[in-house]
Design a protein around this ligand. Structure first.
Ligand SMILES: Cc1cc2nc3c(=O)[nH]c(=O)nc-3n(C[C@H](O)[C@H](O)[C@H](O)COP(=O)(O)OP(=O)(O)OC[C@H]3O[C@@H](n4cnc5c(N)ncnc54)[C@H](O)[C@@H]3O)c2cc1C
Length: 397
């Protein structure tokens, strides 16, 4: 039996978009994942992810997000339902926006790129977004281009679409090790051996296993770590105050606090709030993923000083979800420098999902060795001493 051209390890957003793009380019493509899809522990599995263009003064990510947002609107057609909700994003600050700050730099780059963000004063914030504590936030902007995507639902629909278009899925088994060609650590990769002892051979192997990736490619250990971040789903006493028209997707001084959130979810009927901060380094296989009393206290303190109506809301669900964090927080999409037949696509670092509509092309170009200027930032790389995370919205405190 002919072996597939490409085997993709992992059916999160990196793996699924890659498999779909490759099969459309004519490659015989197979995917292995322990499943079910969406996998309950996968980063891509949740009710919502922020879709934003704002990356401070980083024009490269803003350009990628512009292309991705066009893609999201097309996906609402192609997937046959609204998965991207264009609620706009409110990016608000407790002090006046200042040069060098995430909101200030994002605002100015948006205008430079002919977008139309609306700057907001404390009064306008209270008038337009009454759930925010009056006077607590005094500056910032609302940008209509952006919102959230129903991430778990997107995974379900892409999975079905990939199957319809000819991708073969091997579910119920996890890749345990890479198959070499017997020439040792530098030899060509020819597929994987699974935890069931099954061998899946392929011309090329893409490891897109999210925070589990260094487990399969140990030389990436120093470059990427799994970090756990708390997520809360709240049941507001009066849900009408949290409709998207007056409570859009938001960041609350995010680069200085980490807090961000979403309007009342159209299906789940909850308000999701989470923290884009340093997180906790965890082992994706061995460590428990719990949200602690401490995390909940942090949330309550934030609610008290920001959304008084949510302070007493019931926490309906919590989750500690894992980022695949690279040292510089840029993605990792490249061929292995020594091992032929191996490509890694991971390193979402807490901000990868929004690029889903353009991810498949990026990774497929790396698999096929096609030149793509966007890939240079995601190449296989070493890190100098002292290099820190560069994602502008992230709270590094
Ligand atoms: C709390 C949280 C909030 C986030 N919020 C946002 C946001 O608002 N906006 C945004 O753009 N991004 C956000 N992100 C980041 C985004 O979710 C990720 O960058 C993206 O989902 C990563 O996708 P992935 O495919 O790399 O990994 P995952 O979605 O984790 O998928 C990995 C897949 O690999 C499989 N797998 C693992 N090990 C093996 C193995 N050995 N063999 C076979 N398969 C395996 C798993 O079962 C899983 O299906 C957030 C992430 C988290 C954790």
């Amino acid at each position: 039996m002919a072996i597939p051209d490409v085997l993709v390890v992992g059916a999160g957003i990196y793996g699924l978009t890659t498999a779909l793009e490759l099969v459309r380019r004519g490659s015989r493509t197979e995917v292995v994942d322990p499943g079910p899809i969406p996998h309950p522990l996968a980063a891509s599995t949740d009710i919502s992810k922020v879709i934003r263009m704002e990356y401070g003064s980083d024009a490269e990510y803003m350009a990628m997000a512009e292309a991705a947002i066009t893609g999201w609107q097309q996906w609402n057609e192609a997937l046959g339902e609204t998965v991207f909700h264009r609620t706009g994003v409110a990016m608000l600050t407790r002090q006046s926006m200042a040069p060098g700050g995430f909101e200030f730099e994002s605002f100015h780059l948006l205008r430079l790129r002919n977008h139309a963000p609306e700057r907001l004063s404390a009064d306008e914030i209270s008038r337009r977004f009454p759930a925010w504590k009056p006077g607590a936030f005094v500056d910032g902007f609302f940008h209509a281009e952006g919102g959230f995507a129903e991430s778990g639902r997107v995974i379900e629909l892409l999975f079905e679409m990939a199957r319809r278009e000819g991708v073969t899925f091997h579910l119920g088994e996890a890749a345990a090790s890479l198959l070499g060609d017997g020439k040792g650590a530098a030899g060509r990769v020819r597929g994987v051996r699974t935890d069931r002892g099954t061998l899946h051979r392929a011309g090329q192997t893409v490891v897109s296993a999210g925070s589990w990736t260094p487990g399969l490619v140990p030389e990436l250990g120093p470059a990427m770590k799994a970090s756990g971040h708390p997520v809360f789903h709240l049941e507001p006493a009066d849900p009408t105050r949290f409709g998207a028209h007056q409570f859009p997707t938001f960041t609350a001084d995010v680069s200085r606090s980490g807090w961000y959130g979403f309007p009342l979810h159209p299906r789940a009927g909850v308000v999701k709030i989470a923290n884009h901060g340093a997180g906790r380094i965890l082992d994706p296989v061995r460590d428990a993923r719990v949200v602690t009393e401490d995390d909940a206290r942090g949330l309550r303190a934030f609610l008290a000083e920001t959304f008084p109506d949510l302070e007493g809301a019931r926490i309906a669900y919590t989750r500690r979800c894992l980022y695949c964090d690279t040292v510089d927080e840029h993605f990792w999409i490249d061929r292995h420098p020594e091992r032929e037949g191996l490509i890694v696509a991971a390193g979402g670092s807490g901000h990868g999902f929004k690029f889903a509509p353009i991810l498949g092309t990026l990774v497929a170009d790396a698999v096929e060795g096609r030149p793509n200027p966007r890939l240079s930032r995601f190449r296989w790389r070493e890190f100098d001493e002292g290099i820190v995370g560069q994602e502008a919205a992230r709270f590094h405190g």
